[in-house]
Design a protein around this ligand. Structure first.
Ligand SMILES: Nc1nc2c(ncn2[C@@H]2O[C@H](COP(=O)(O)OP(=O)(O)O)[C@@H](O)[C@H]2O)c(=O)[nH]1
Ligand SMILES: Nc1ncnc2c1ncn2[C@@H]1O[C@H](COP(=O)(O)OP(=O)(O)O)[C@@H](O)[C@H]1O
Length: 199
């Protein structure tokens, strides 16, 4: 059986990663989502095991020690990491999986899975980005400022990604990502494995 695609989606805070992923869940029901572990506290409406596995710092460090994370990174004072087994099993089972993770983690995944598809979600402008984080109303001003300063660094790493998708309108951004998934499945490399032809 051909392996599934590993898709990494990154982008600055407030660009719309969560919103786009929710919409993609509806449009691409076959696509599997990796649920990350984090030491960040839950926001209103976020559920353990659905949005994140919410962990204490000790529990998180224990996961690192037992090699349970494919990658992890510190972002604006909290740890975030991708549970390894779920990702590896999903790909082995021939299903596509999407990891919504920040840039340092994405670069580590690229070292381990160079065949992964790396997609960066861009805002139409930095002003619009700031407006979206503020509009979401989940962070205080100091955290917003911190996240905006990280955004410039993150966008500077764009050239490590395969695709840049502007999230001007949710519908268009989702269509672009859907097109990427379709195109990647049509690559000769993938097709040959799927059909068990060629080398
Ligand atoms: N490296 C890494 N980053 C993650 C992981 N899960 C989430 N992130 C990223 O951590 C950052 C902060 O996430 P979050 O606190 O939910 O804030 P939001 O992106 O503003 O909604 C975002 O860039 C996420 O993509 C993970 O497992 N590993
Ligand atoms: N294309 C878009 N146009 C306008 N607002 C958007 C768009 N995409 C997302 N948003 C809004 O921007 C805010 C941040 O989106 P969110 O998905 O939480 O971002 P992220 O997960 O990247 O931090 C939310 O209030 C969301 O409704």
């Amino acid at each position: 059986m051909a392996k599934g695609l590993l898709i990494v989606l990154s982008g600055p805070s407030g660009v719309g990663k969560g919103t786009v992923c929710n919409e993609l869940r509806r449009r691409l029901p076959e696509l599997v989502y990796s649920v990350s572990a984090t030491t960040r506290g839950p926001r209103l409406g976020e559920e353990h095991g659905v949005n994140y596995f919410f962990k204490t710092r000790e529990q998180f460090l224990d996961m690192i020690e037992h090699d349970q994370l494919l990658e992890h990174a510190e972002y604006v004072g909290n740890y975030y990491g991708t549970p390894r087994d779920f990702v590896e099993q999903t790909i082995e089972n021939g299903k596509d999986i999407i990891l919504e993770i920040e840039v340092q983690g994405a670069l580590k995944v690229k070292e381990k899975f160079p065949e992964g598809i790396f997609v960066f979600l861009l805002p139409p402008s930095l002003d619009e980005l700031k407006g979206r984080i503020q509009g979401r109303g989940t962070e205080n001003q100091a955290t917003i400022d911190h996240r905006m300063s990280v955004a410039a660094y993150e966008i500077g790493l764009l050239e490590n990604y395969d695709y840049a998708v502007v999230n001007d309108e949710i519908d268009l951004a989702c269509k672009r990502i859907e097109s990427i998934v379709v195109a990647e499945h049509c690559k000769v490399r993938s097709k040959a494995k799927e059909l068990q032809i060629g080398k």
